[in-house]
Design a protein around this ligand. Structure first.
Ligand code: ADP
Ligand code: MG
Length: 292
């Protein structure tokens, strides 16, 4: 039977906006020693601002900046990724879906579609390389969306993602609560990843990861930390579901997060506030001390 104090623990957590899916989850929470974070939408707001446009099609004014953003917005119009939503917002017009066909969204890379009979690709360097396009070597800080039209490099849009106001405090709070190690796994570039991790005081950072690489990296972390407490993974995205289920404890962002992530998680933070991780750990410890 389940001790009564577990119900109190789950109830207490839910009043804090933390959904705990069962009594065994509460026990795992109390033993967390390593917390692994996703970046976009988890530690950052996942609301990008378009900072700059660069048009590399000097020979052809047909692909003007407006055209670049228009194509980027159309190709991203069905995406639930924060990058796609931001580009659509920056474009600011309704998208005529009938202009688009053959849509493909490739996790950790970007999107491709046929627009007005032209093949448009929008995404990172990996996506460009996969279609045989050499992107510019941009010396910019920020997440870069490269755009290729009909197999030719057309330019890029630089996006700036900001950290959540409580992210740094949340990492410090976890350390005070006995979390020995914090790690960040991201599909974003090395420069952005290192800058974000430093800003937040996260111990280790791994960048340029595809969804499958995140699972592999988490498995290594699990192996290394064997016998030294539990490993939690905190994420928000569609691509995060496999890592959330592989971790000892999966924590999902509930407000902006994807349904798949919420489904795969053991704990859901209803308001996406990373401060709630430390709170949940402390609630679980208090409740388990009573049981013991
Ligand atoms: P994170 O690990 O930071 O949450 P993701 O794994 O969701 O990031 O995405 C990794 C990278 O893949 C992004 O930084 C971006 O370069 C690229 N990407 C993913 N989805 C899209 C998209 N819809 N449009 C453009 N680029 C994308
Ligand atoms: Mg994410």
């Amino acid at each position: 039977s389940i001790p009564l104090s577990f119900f109190a623990g789950i109830g207490g957590a839910s009043r804090e906006g933390v959904l705990v899916k069962g009594s065994n989850v509460l026990e795992t929470l109390s033993k967390v020693r390593t917390v692994v974070f996703d970046k976009t939408g988890t530690m950052t707001q996942g609301v990008f601002e378009v900072n700059a446009f660069h048009d590399h099609n000097d020979m052809d004014i047909e692909y003007s900046k407006t055209r670049l953003l228009e194509y980027a917005a159309i190709v991203e119009s069905s995406s639930s990724h924060p990058i796609g939503k931001s580009l659509l917002r920056a474009y600011g017009h309704n998208v005529d879906h009938s202009r688009m066909s053959n849509l493909r969204e490739i996790g950790g890379l970007g999107v491709t579609a046929v627009i007005d009979g032209k093949t448009v690709a929008a995404g990172n360097e990996k996506l460009m390389k996969s279609i045989g396009v050499t992107p510019c070597h941009c010396h910019t800080a920020g997440t870069i969306v490269h755009i290729a039209i009909d197999g030719e490099y057309s330019g890029h849009i630089v996006l700036g993602d900001v950290v959540k106001p409580t992210s740094a405090e949340a990492v410090a709070d976890l350390r005070k609560s006995g979390v020995a190690q914090t790690v960040m796994l991201t599909g974003d570039t090395h420069a952005v990843a290192v800058q974000t991790a430093e800003k937040l005081g996260i111990d280790k950072v791994y960048s340029d990861l595809l969804p499958a690489d995140k699972v592999a990296r988490l498995e290594t972390i699990l192996k290394v930390s064997e016998g030294d407490g539990k490993v939690a993974f905190v994420g928000d995205g569609i691509n995060d579901a496999p890592v959330l289920s592989r971790a000892d404890l999966g924590i999902a962002m509930g407000a902006m997060g994807s349904d798949a992530a919420i489904e795969a998680a053991d704990v859901v933070l209803m308001d996406d506030d990373p401060m709630k991780i430390g709170k949940a750990i402390r609630i679980s410890r208090r409740c388990l001390r009573i049981v013991w």
